[in-house]
Design a protein around this ligand. Structure first.
Ligand code: MLT
Length: 403
């Protein structure tokens, strides 16, 4: 979620054209007004004058989805998508306050300039206010409107596409080491609905819905066939993609996942977690989950990984988390699917996974024709974060073997 406050602006007749709806050019003015309103609520509109550094927009592009009419209240949200020393990019969405439908979305690229018009560092107070979320270092988060939801996606590199699907309750930044270091492939890592910077889903959301969103994203980035790398819940979604859209898949990497549905006991635990999140919010599950997610070696020796996992969990939206828990509780049995998998497949487990034991994942690999199994030492449930070099070497070797 963006730390930048949401701003509400009302439409007046002078924003509208002869058809009576908001004129496209008026949206540029409204986006600008919304940015200043947000800054007024944060560091103050004199933040730039104080630092003798002023923002100049170099590129603006707006996509329009629905008309808006006089009297309507609109809601503006902003996220920073790239932050350099002097330059920045941001994505803004405008929604109808009543019902929340997205009306338009804009991408703005700017630079801070001094009195002489020369690029100058962005004021410190602004960078603190914008609170950039860790993403691909140097990369840029892309934003799409996917079936009515503002959706954030990291896209890096060229070559064979690999779609990285995060687990629960994480976000696309769990794949940071893969986005940064797995050169030679086109890496695509979205935030699933309700996680990271992507809008929460409607109340009833299924694994099939997450899978359909992903196909929509593939269409947006122009990828016809991809390797799907799903971790845990991301693996459940990978099975769903195979069930519904297998023509789009040319390889599978199943990390820390299982094909079986929840047991009765598992469903009961899901209900308890929903209650906890409803009562106390996403942060309440952090302490209970962390020791199960990370290997003892990670908890003892890599505090930065534990901190990253904490942040991802605590920043999830409560509604997104609850929808995901229900979707997982209701998921179908994917074991009957396994015999149909005829694309190269790698199953990769953390040797110390306390949630889905490595032996169960070895059995998963045995059930898929010619699947390869690898176990990552000193990793728990989150090998891509805990042992990124080892995980990346394993994945790169698998992807190279497909060439
Ligand atoms: C995950 O990491 O996605 C979860 O552990 C999956 C689950 O709760 O079944």
């Amino acid at each position: 979620m963006s730390p930048v406050p949401t701003v509400r602006l009302r439409i007046y007749p002078d924003d509208c054209d002869a058809y009576g709806h908001v004129n496209q050019a008026a949206f540029l003015r409204m986006f600008e007004r919304a940015r200043w309103e947000a800054i007024a609520l944060g560091p103050g509109t004199d933040v730039f004058t104080r630092a003798a550094a002023w923002p100049a927009i170099r590129r603006a592009s707006v996509e329009y989805y629905e008309p808006a009419f006089p009297g309507e209240l609109l809601r503006f949200d902003l996220v920073l998508t790239h932050l350099g020393r002097t330059s920045f990019s941001m994505h803004q969405t405008v929604r109808r306050e009543a019902g929340g439908a997205i009306i338009a979305a804009g991408q703005f690229v700017g630079v801070c300039i001094d009195h002489h018009g020369r690029p100058t560092p962005i004021p410190e107070a602004m960078t603190q206010f914008l609170g950039v979320r860790p993403s691909t270092p140097g990369g840029e988060v892309r934003h799409f409107v996917v079936r009515g939801a503002a959706t954030a996606v990291d896209v890096e590199g060229d070559g064979q596409a690999v779609l990285f699907v995060h687990g629960f309750p994480f976000d696309r930044t769990m794949w940071r080491a893969q986005l940064t270091n797995l050169g030679g492939f086109s890496r695509i890592a979205p935030d699933l609905r309700g996680f990271g910077l992507t809008d929460p889903p409607p109340e009833r959301w299924t694994l099939a819905d997450y899978a359909d969103d992903l196909v929509w994203i593939l269409d947006q980035v122009g990828v016809e066939r991809t390797v799907v790398c799903g971790l845990s819940m991301g693996g459940y979604i990978a099975f769903e993609l195979w069930r519904r859209h297998r023509k789009r898949i040319c390889g599978l990497i199943l990390a820390s996942t299982r094909p079986e549905p929840d047991t009765a006991e598992g469903k009961k635990r899901r209900d308890e977690m929903i209650e906890l999140v409803r009562r106390s919010g996403p942060g309440a599950v952090v302490d209970a989950m962390l020791p199960k997610l990370l290997a003892p070696a990670t908890l003892d020796g890599q505090p930065q990984i534990a901190a990253h996992v904490r942040t991802m969990i605590a920043d999830s939206s409560a509604s997104g988390m609850m929808s995901a828990i229900v979707a997982m509780r209701e998921r179908s049995d994917s074991t009957p699917l396994l015999s149909s998998i005829d694309v190269p497949t790698l199953v990769v487990a953390g040797a110390a996974d306390a949630l889905i034991p490595a032996d169960a994942q070895r059995a998963l690999a045995h059930a898929i024709t010619n699947a390869q199994f690898e176990s990552v030492p000193d990793a728990g449930h989150l090998a891509p974060l805990e042992q990124p070099d080892r995980f990346n070497r394993t994945v790169a070797a698998f992807l190279n073997s497909m060439r």
